[in-house]
Design a protein around this ligand. Sequence first.
Ligand code: ADP
Length: 226
Amino acid sequence: MIYFDRVSKVYSPTSIALDGVTFAVEPQEFVSLVGQSGAGKSTLLKLLLAEEKPSDGKVFFESLDVHELKKREIPAVRRRMGIVFQDYKLLPTKTAYENVAFAMEAAGKTEEEIKQDVPQVLELVGLMDKAWHFPSELSGGEIQRVAIARAIVNRPDLVVADEPTGNLDPINAWDIIKLLEKINELGTTVMLATHDKEIINTLKRRVITLEKGKLIRDEKRGRYVL
Ligand code: ADP
């Protein structure tokens, strides 16, 4: 599903963000990406999302060379990836329901489909009772649930979560991780970038560790050792 083939990203001679990184992710895996600040996690995700181009090497998503795509082809490919950020990025003037519905409208879905799928996905993340609340009326954990609902509503093959628990207390953070596990069990590949040692050590899933742009460890049931 994802294949990084000797990928390097050099922003400037003194800023080598990724250095010869190679790994593959199979469909339905749950992979955590760890590393200290500056290790290259965000750069790796940006290359996958075609927001940046590699200086060397190739990035494949479902056998497509991401950086050979034409500009107009990129949105359709990105729609096959659901993205969750640390800082939510919900629209403040829309309710939970409307934020999720908006992602479906943007993907060209019909009214029928929207009416059917939005309640289903809000139910899945446990927020149906707050469907008509605005982000300002929701807690951090609830907002992140809406963001996850929005990321999965178009049934992506992959969910990319970049520090999704960064702004949450430990209890809410766990709920978000459990939700990502549930989504994974339902058949979606999950790629989680995190700093959180507790989470990594409890998940006991595959862990890819970056250090100064190099992939230094790739373990099936990894632990966070930095
Ligand atoms: P992480 O997400 O693990 O904190 P990043 O991918 O953000 O790491 O950064 C990796 C390295 O690349 C850092 O040294 C950072 O300063 C550098 N870097 C990231 N983005 C840019 C950019 N746009 N221009 C120059 N250097 C960058």
